[in-house]
Design a binder for this molecule. Structure first.
Ligand code: UDX
Length: 448
């Protein structure tokens, strides 16, 4: 099938490439000429595991092309995906100008029936808005369908999520579009996972509900962790204890330093805004956002308490910058808040991240130093802060870590290390929702 994908961000590129992989002919359209030229020369502008191989293969086999011309891109396409940004507008609601602008342009170019799919995360009612704007620009006698098909792609495993989705959600009231979407997604759900058809509004809300529910799980566990610290319980044990209940599930129960990324913060905020606009007081969402904001600062609070509120002149090593492992994405990354708080308090920072350093460099320049490897970041640092749970950080040479740091002090925002191991290695170790071990304990017991 001939497909057009408008917008080549994370979602657009993964969608386009993965659709080409099953034999479709895909043209990706983007207004950014430099980016398009780069992709035409076979350069992938993002880091996403597994994508590069598919990207090259499908370009080489002529199934994946790139253009800046919308008319060229959508010519002969049966289905046109809109994978455009929907950033939070000034009032917190998603800004639909890119999506609606593209819909108007596409409508003006259509000469035969096509399916226009909103892949971007858009507020309930957007399909109606897209239809209304297309209606204003469409030539007489040309028909089309607007379909909502939200993505559920996790960065870092986006290719796997696309190729083997838990489910595909399609919102449409158009029978012809329904058949085309079923045909398109058929190869991806061979193992029996469902394509769930529904109306456009339910589909649009499903995306927000899914992400907000997951964000709620995280904020809930972060609060449990904070309580664990106060009552002397261990959040990892509580997590295992509740996760074994199938109604709760084992996944997405990891306490840490708050959720980040391009989706959760934006989507929870947009759903709250949408509730407000519809005169509904969605209380849980406000709490979820509030808890997350506090949690993002939790590690610095622990650091600050340890040094009795005085961080001036201190130097910290940060392991991890990306908002999560296996991505270079630093959007809404807790690392940025942590760096900001440390620098404002007069401290200096040396960081290492396997993929995220270039993006932070572009944002912060010389404000912090970037190390060539995890150990180089530690040299002369007063303490190590674990910010992202990259595999690389899970089993370091603790002897080397201890010898490079000025003091054997670790603040772990991701609970990577075994408490007993930290005791054995002689570290002061302060993680999330677990007991603090090391010097503080000694100080406390000597007080007692
Ligand atoms: C998310 C959704 O998972 C995906 O379905 C959606 O379409 C896009 O948004 P992504 O933003 O790539 O994907 O990251 P995800 O792996 O879901 O993690 C989101 C955030 O939650 C990260 O900051 C992560 O560190 C945090 N998290 C996740 C936790 O703090 N604890 C957990 O147990 C899980």
């Amino acid at each position: 099938m001939r497909i057009a994908v408008v917008g080549t961000g994370y979602v657009g590129l993964v969608t386009g490439t993965c659709l080409a992989e099953t034999g479709n002919e895909v043209v990706c359209v983007d207004i950014n000429q430099k980016k398009v030229e780069m992709m035409q020369q076979g350069q992938l502008p993002i880091y996403e595991p597994g994508l590069e191989q598919l990207f090259h293969r499908n370009i080489a086999q002529g199934r994946l092309r790139f253009t800046t011309s919308l008319s060229e891109g959508i010519e002969e396409a049966k289905i046109i995906f809109l994978a455009l940004p929907t950033p939070p507008g000034g009032n917190g609601a998603a800004d639909l100008s890119y999506v609606l602008g593209a819909a108007a342009d596409i409508a003006g170019l259509l000469t035969s029936y096509k399916v226009i799919v909103t892949k971007s995360t858009v507020p309930v009612g957007t399909a109606d808005k897209v239809t209304a704007i297309m209606q204003q620009h469409i030539r007489e006698g040309v028909s089309y369908a607007v379909v909502s098909n939200p993505e559920f792609l996790r960065e870092g495993v986006a290719v796997e999520d696309f190729m083997k989705p838990d489910r595909v959600v399609v919102g449409t009231s158009d029978e012809r579009a329904r058949k085309l979407m079923a045909e398109l997604y058929g190869p991806y759900v061979r193992q029996g996972n469902p394509i769930i058809f529904m109306d456009e509004r339910s589909s649009e809300l499903t995306k927000y509900a899914a992400n907000s529910f997951l964000a709620t799980k995280i904020s809930f566990m972060n609060e449990i962790a904070n309580l664990c610290e106060r009552v002397g319980a261990d959040v990892d044990m509580v997590r295992k204890g509740i996760g074994a209940d199938e109604r709760i599930g084992r996944r997405f129960l990891f306490a840490g330093i708050g959720y980040g990324g391009s989706c959760f913060p934006k989507d929870v905020q947009a759903l709250a805004k949408s509730a407000e606009e519809n005169h509904y007081d969605f209380k849980i969402l406000d709490a979820v956002m509030d808890v997350n904001q506090t949690q993002k600062r939790m590690l610095v609070e622990k650091v600050s308490n340890y040094y009795q509120g005085d961080l001036s002149g201190k130097h910290f090593a940060l392991w991890g910058l990306a908002f999560k492992p296996e991505t270079d994405d630093i959007r809404e990354a807790p690392a940025l808040e942590i760096i900001d708080a440390l620098l404002s308090a007069g401290a200096t920072v040396s960081a290492f991240d396997p993929e995220g350093m270039n993006n932070v460099k572009a944002l912060l320049g010389e404000k912090i130093t970037f190390a060539e490897n995890p150990y180089a970041a530690l040299e002369g640092a007063d303490a190590l802060l674990i910010v992202t749970e990259w595999q690389l950080f899970r089993t370091p040479d603790f002897e080397r870590v201890g010898s490079l740091l000025k003091a054997k002090v670790i603040f772990d925002g991701r609970n990577l290390y075994d408490i007993q191991k930290m005791i054995d290695c002689g570290f002061y170790y302060n993680s999330i929702g677990r007991k603090v071990v090391g010097r503080e304990q000694v100080v406390e017991s000597s007080k007692a």
